[in-house]
Design a protein around this ligand. Sequence first.
Ligand SMILES: [Zn+2]
Length: 422
Amino acid sequence: MPNPSGDWADRPIAVRAGRLLDVETGELRGDRVLHIRDGRVAGEAAASDGIPDDASVVDLTGLTVLPGLIDLHTHLVGDVQTADVPATTTSAAEEVLIGVRHARQTIEAGFTTVRDLGPFRAFTDCALRDAIDRGDVLGPRMRCAGAFITSPWGGGALVGLALDIELPEDLRFGIVTTVDEVRERVRRLLIGGANVIKCIGTGAVLTRGGVPGAPELSEDQIRAAVEEAAWYDAFVAVHAHGAEGAKRAIRAGARSVEHGSYLDDEAIAMLADTGTFYVSDLYDGVWALEFGGPAGWPAETMRKLGETQESTEVVFGKAVAAGVRIGFGTDSGVYPHGLNGRQFAWYVRLGMSPLAAIRSATTVAAEAMGWDDRVGSLANGRFADLVAVAGDPLTEVTVLERPVVVAKAGEVVFDARVTRPA
Ligand SMILES: [Zn+2]
């Protein structure tokens, strides 16, 4: 929280760590002290070297400390997926205020940075990000898409309403038909406060009538988005379930392919060759297949969920084996916020080592979002965002599902030892 009086603003912080996981080398070092100044890491030393008298001490002895986790694919604003057409029974203000709870749940789960890939109402995500940055609301550092760039009736459009219902502009902001419209929308999003562009390259699972394998944007349209975004130092993430849509994205220079449920061997090889990041959501499908039916989700949605989940699990294993750079993204909002860490176990089950899974949510994710100079490790100068867990995540990755302490910029924002019994 902000410190209005400023009396301890300059006071250094010393974090006593039982063990410190260096995610870059994979080394687990015992009995360490992490020094923090002005919210950033200022050095690391052995506990035996002592602690400066003026430092305030955060005691994490008995715990394993690692960098705050990153989720590259969240939807913090608005309700968690329901059987209704999204964002049509809630105002923009309600959507943001619902997001306040989701932001808290996300950071308390150890995720101190997110790349938030699209609200249905344009720019509501940016409003939440700005409130967090001001210190009004507790939540992760957010990079926001502002809206979805999507074709009419595409996976990012609101489909399922009667034909004679006219939507307000903020609910159809990212709908494009021509290449020129893509450029204009991308510009408006980035000038309006978005940090990253999200293109819906193929059909979506949760959009009624959508066919996940079918391409919905042309390669020229995606390339226009990539070129335009580059002028603003922004990257493009492309939602693509189908192989053709993913190949268009890779050829057009997208930073990441999201979902990739039906990637074929050629698409996987293209990801590996180009270094394009693959952001694979595995846990949301597991959750939705269990709870979507009882929640009244349409049979068509449940069928598509089953098909894409089965295929994604195969694709994931092949992508790991091919050396694709896989970034951790969960599509939170499809499943309830705060369960993000449950995906680690699925990454490991399907072929990753625990260290590789942790890197997908730290070093690799930071690079994917162009923030490797500030998050994703506890090297000097990085934000002092950290998570402390009980046990060794390198042998039991599920300990990441239950963080004990979470700190952002050196300040403890969650401590399970205080807020819930051990
Ligand atoms: Zn998504």
